[in-house]
Design a protein around this ligand. Structure first.
Ligand SMILES: Nc1ncnc2c1ncn2[C@@H]1O[C@H](COP(=O)(O)OP(=O)(O)OP(=O)(O)O)[C@@H](O)[C@H]1O
Ligand SMILES: [Mg+2]
Length: 278
C-alpha cells in the first residue's frame, strides 16, 4: 500500500532561524511498509520528524533521498495528472480543526472543497457535490441541519468530524492522521477515536496514525513505529513494541512519554477495551 524506502529529509539551517547555520536532519534513513487496511502508528517526541514524514508522503515537501511508493507508484516520479489522482487517494486529518478549517466557509464548502480541487478525477457537478456533502456528514454523525453553518458554530469534537468528512470526500484509500484527537477533551477524544475506528473498518481505510499518546496508539493501531531524532528506532506489532521494547532507544522513548504511566488516570474512559468501553 505505502512503502517508504530510505527516506531522508534535510532542512537547510538558515531558514527562519531554526538552529541557525547547521542543517536539520529531520528524517534519517526512514523505511517502513504499511499494508492495505491496517492502522500503522507513529510515535515520537516533539520534533522527532513525525509531521515531516506526513508532509513528505503528501509530497508537500520533496524528500532529500529515498523513495515513497504508494499503491505501486513512486510518488516523486508521477506525471502531474497521475500525481493529482494519487493526491485524491491520500488525505490528511490535522490536529487542530479550529486552525485547519477556514472560519469563513460553510460546512458545505469545506467538505466539498476537495471535490472541487479534484474535479477532474472526481467528475462531480455542483448538485452531486452537495449530495456527497450530505452523505459525508451522515458518515461522521452530523446532519443536514449542519450543512450551511460555519465552523465557529460547532464544538471541538464536531469540528474534527467536519475535518474527517472533508478528508473522506474524495473516497481516499489512505488517511494520514497527525494527532487527530490531541486538541480535544478526553471524553470527546474517545468519541472521535471510536468514529475513526468504525470508519476505518467500514471503508477499509489504511491509516498512518501519528500520536504521542500510547493509550490512543494501543487502541487504534495494529503496528507501530517509534521515531527518535528522525530515525526509526523500532517497529513491529503494537502490543509487542509498547509492552516489551527491544532497543535502548525505544525504552528511553517510551519512558519519556508521560501517558505511558497511569494511562487509567489520564484516560478515565479508556478501560482495557479502549474508548469503546465508554
Ligand atoms: N520548514 C522547516 N524548516 C526547517 N526545519 C524544520 C521545518 N519543519 C520542521 N523542521 C524541523 O524538523 C524537525 C522535525 O519536525 P516535525 O515537525 O516533523 O516534528 P514532529 O515530530 O511532528 O513534532 P511535534 O510532535 O511537535 O508535532 C524539527 O527539528 C523541526 O524543527
Ligand atoms: Mg508534528
Amino acid at each position: 500500500m505505502l512503502t517508504i524506502e530510505g527516506v531522508r529529509k534535510v532542512y537547510p539551517g538558515e531558514r527562519r532561524g531554526w538552529s541557525r547555520g547547521a542543517p536539520v536532519q529531520a528524517l534519517n534513513d526512514v523505511s517502513l511498509a504499511i499494508t492495505r487496511g491496517e492502522s500503522f502508528g507513529l510515535v515520537g517526541e516533539s520534533g522527532s520528524g513525525k509531521s515531516t514524514l506526513a508532509r513528505c508522503i503528501l509530497q508537500l515537501e520533496p524528500v532529500s533521498a529515498g523513495r515513497i511508493v504508494f499503491e505501486g507508484e513512486d510518488l516523486a516520479r508521477l506525471s502531474p495528472a497521475a500525481m493529482r489522482r494519487a493526491r485524491s487517494r491520500i488525505q490528511m486529518v490535522f490536529q487542530d480543526p479550529q486552525a485547519s478549517l477556514n472560519p469563513r466557509m460553510s460546512v458545505h464548502d469545506i467538505v466539498t472543497e476537495p471535490l472541487v480541487i479534484h474535479r477532474e478525477v472526481m467528475g462531480l457537478g455542483a448538485r452531486q457535490r452537495t449530495e456527497r456533502a450530505l452523505e459525508l456528514l451522515a458518515l461522521v454523525g452530523l446532519g443536514e441541519q449542519h450543512l450551511f453553518r460555519k465552523p465557529h458554530e460547532f464544538s471541538g469534537g464536531q469540528r474534527q468530524r467536519i475535518g474527517i468528512a472533508r478528508a473522506l470526500a474524495t473516497s481516499p484509500s489512505m488517511l494520514l492522521l497527525d494527532e487527530p484527537t490531541s486538541a480535544l477533551d478526553v471524553s470527546v477524544q474517545a468519541q472521535v477515536l471510536n468514529l475513526l475506528h468504525e470508519l476505518q473498518q467500514r471503508l477499509s481505510l489504511t491509516f498512518l496514525f501519528i500520536s504521542h499518546d500510547l493509550a490512543v496508539i494501543r487502541y487504534m493501531c495494529d503496528r507501530v513505529a517509534l521515531i527518535h531524532h528522525g530515525r526509526l528506532v523500532e517497529q513491529g506489532d503494537c502490543q509487542q513494541v509498547l509492552d516489551a521494547p527491544q532497543s535502548d532507544y525505544a525504552r528511553q522513548l517510551l519512558a519519556a512519554v508521560p501517558s505511558l504511566e497511569g494511562i487509567g488516570a489520564a484516560h478515565p474512559g479508556f478501560g482495557a477495551a479502549g474508548p469503546g468501553g465508554l
